[in-house]
Design a protein around this ligand. Structure first.
Ligand code: UD1
Length: 364
């Protein structure tokens, strides 16, 4: 019997692991699959609702790490995860994406001689000021299986001299979840609840430190959103980090009261909002991919993206942090000038299947 432990920690991990878990369940007689949740994200609406929506079982291990500085968070995860590995001695761990839980668990497993599969390997923003970029590079460097979502990932790993025997171009498990829950997403009632009409609102998500951690950048954002609210309904589900800073700088009251502020929204309802919006404005990584898959207009308020395929062939536009430019582009899109897009290769709902096939062949 092969034992595999998958690690999840933060919101964008859950929809990437769910399809892998479902696929592994088909091989129950050969593989014992456990899930370890580090607790990096712990709020009901940042974590539990995703387990429910994505039909993930209660995690076998919950480490309860919570928030902290990068060192505190990473170190606490390492200490607790090592105990899990000592007890379980798995053949392999699966880590996804680029969050602190990803690198923390990878580092522990590697030093214990346990194999690591990194799902969403090879992505690079080439911006070492992003904690995620550090996490990506280090995780890839010591992982044994590198599962890649797009061509740039293959190119980056090749340029870094990674042995191509470790690299597998499999597609995107985040898109597997979108495909799997298509029907449920179309049945969501969230548009009615928020009194929204299809294509008649703009959806905003912002949580990157570069956008929300200083008073001055937040002030500019508020001005930008207020300007947009004159043109369209705006829905803004607020990430806890953004909320905390808006409160800290006393800026919530400056926001145009017509902007619909909500708590973070669960997977199914959020995807329904994405699917039906005229435009998404975001600084998230995953949402750039989900909009490209759905053919939804996306404006990304960042200077770099580690997912260039979404700009090259998808509906994403990378605008940078100059909000006057962002405003112009948003208004241009809202007046009907849409960017045409195509779906990237292998984003077809079958990525978990490909990953599990590789793992079944590879692990003795
Ligand atoms: C983390 C990831 C980021 C990912 C994002 C998605 C890292 C380095 N960053 O950023 O890549 O895009 O998740 O959401 O791993 N908080 C709560 N409740 C929660 C979680 C967080 O209140 O359930 C608050 C805390 O004040 C915390 C802050 O949000 O300090 C930030 O959380 P943290 O996990 O450190 O980073 P994120 O900004 O969420």
């Amino acid at each position: 019997m092969i034992k595999i432990i998958s690690v999840v920690g933060a919101r964008p991990n859950f929809m990437k692991i769910a399809p892998i878990h479902r696929e592994l369940q088909k091989f129950k007689s050969e593989i014992n699959h456990l899930i370890c949740h580090t607790g990096q994200h712990y709020d009901e609406n940042m974590s539990k609702v995703f387990f429910n929506d994505l039909e993930l079982p209660k995690p076998d291990y919950y480490l309860g790490i919570g928030s902290g500085t990068h060192a505190e968070q990473t170190a606490k995860i390492m200490i607790k995860f090592e105990k899990v590995l000592i007890k379980e001695n798995p053949d392999l761990i699966i880590v996804v994406g680029d969050v602190n839980s990803t690198i923390a668990c990878t580092l522990v497993a590697k030093k214990m001689g346990i194999k690591i599969a990194h799902v969403e390997a090879g992505l690079r923003s080439f911006d070492m000021e992003m904690p995620e970029e550090i996490n990506r590079i280090l995780t890839d460097r010591i992982s044994d299986y590198l599962f890649v979502t797009e061509q740039s990932g293959l190119d980056n790993l090749k340029n870094e001299g990674v042995d191509d025997k470790k690299v597998y171009f499999v597609g995107n498990t985040m898109i597997d979840s979108l495909v799997y829950y298509k029907e449920k997403i179309s049945q969501s009632n969230i548009l009615n609840e928020l009194k929204l009409k299809k294509q008649k609102y703009v959806l905003v998500t912002l949580h990157r430190p570069s956008n929300v951690d200083t008073g001055s950048s937040l002030e500019k954002l508020i001005k930008f959103l207020n300007r947009l609210a004159e043109e369209s309904k705006v829905v803004f589900p607020i990430h806890p980090r953004t909320k905390l800073n808006l409160e800290k700088y006393e800026l919530i009251k400056s926001l145009n009261p017509t902007v619909i502020l909500t708590d973070p929204i669960g997977y199914i309802n959020f995807q329904a909002l994405v699917k039906n919006t005229a435009l998404v404005i975001t600084d998230s990584g995953g949402i750039q991919e989900e909009t490209t898959y759905l053919g939804v207009q996306c404006i990304t308020l960042r200077t770099t993206t580690e997912r260039p395929i979404t700009v090259e062939i998808g509906t994403n536009q990378l605008i940078g942090l100059e909000l006057e430019k962002a405003e112009k582009t948003c208004l241009y899109v809202l007046s009907g000038n849409k960017k045409e897009g195509k779906i990237p290769k292998k984003w077809d709902g079958k990525t978990a299947e490909r990953i599990v096939k590789v793992l079944l062949n590879g692990i003795p």
